[in-house]
Design a protein around this ligand. Structure first.
Ligand SMILES: [Zn+2]
Length: 257
């Protein structure tokens, strides 16, 4: 593997020559904002059982259990702020280079950092939705209901079940978002993969799709992924550090060839 400087130079050369960048982000980009990966030890996910969508629909007890977990998770993440990696991607969008940002995260931090063209494949934790009529609430409002003793919130219009507007285990991926995401991936000239171990679909297919259409690939992830061999450059360093350095080099116009 090249030195860190060597890889930065290679990556910035790719960024400079690209006009249509798509970024794909996973949990790894938000860990530096204090949001733990649901797979990590000691996190909220470690203390609660996973409640599937089917269980949520079928059982009052499962809904109570699910909302208990969400109540605790909310307290943990409500003050999270975007970090320098989020800011760098917003910056790339402002520069007109990044056209599309696909995320598996539900934390809303990309929007907080100023990114506007965000596709949320797993929905958002910032809203709650009525599963019957589709009515939406800011999550803060539903959290207030929970804090005041509600344990299985229902819709004030149709009495349907209210659930965070995220895609739960057992729930299918949102079709419109998936189509838009794959359109971006198929048409980009550079794909930035950040903070995803690329073990599960659709994350696993995204680099393959981009690569098959001739895009260049930059990976920024702490661990090895199954498709590292497709990447032009791989970084194991922190996403914020790598993206910060890349932005500085890109803006400084230093000749890196
Ligand atoms: Zn409703």
């Amino acid at each position: 593997m090249l030195s860190f400087e060597g890889r930065l130079k290679k990556a910035v050369t790719l960024l400079k020559s690209s006009k249509n960048i798509t970024a794909f982000t996973g949990a790894g980009i938000s860990t530096e904002s204090g949001i733990s990966d649901f797979r990590s030890k000691g996190g909220v996910w470690d203390r609660y059982r996973i409640v599937t969508y089917q269980e949520f629909i079928a059982s009052h007890d499962a809904r109570v259990e699910y909302w208990n977990m969400k109540k605790e998770l909310y307290r943990e993440i409500k003050d999270a702020k975007p970090n320098r990696a989020h800011m760098a991607l917003a910056n790339l969008e402002n520069m007109g280079k990044l056209k599309c940002l696909i995320t598996q995260n539900i934390d809303g931090l990309h929007q907080d950092s100023g990114s506007s063209n965000v596709i949320e494949l797993h929905g958002t934790n910032r809203k709650a939705v009525c599963l019957e009529c589709g009515k939406l609430w800011p999550i803060e409002e539903v959290q207030k209901w929970l804090e005041s003793g509600e344990i299985d919130p229902s819709c004030d219009t149709c009495n349907g079940y209210v659930k965070p507007a995220t895609i739960s285990f057992g729930q299918s991926m949102p079709e419109a978002e998936m189509i838009r995401a794959f359109q971006c991936v198929s048409s980009c000239d550079l794909l930035l993969m950040i903070g995803s171990s690329l073990q599960v679909e659709p994350a696993a297919s995204i680099p393959r799709e981009a690569h098959s259409k001739g895009a260049r690939l930059i990976y920024i992830n702490r661990t090895v992924t199954p498709t590292d061999n497709l990447a032009d450059v791989c970084f194991r360093e922190n996403a914020s550090q790598v993206l910060d350095e890349l932005l500085i080099l890109l803006k400084s116009g230093i000749n890196t060839t």
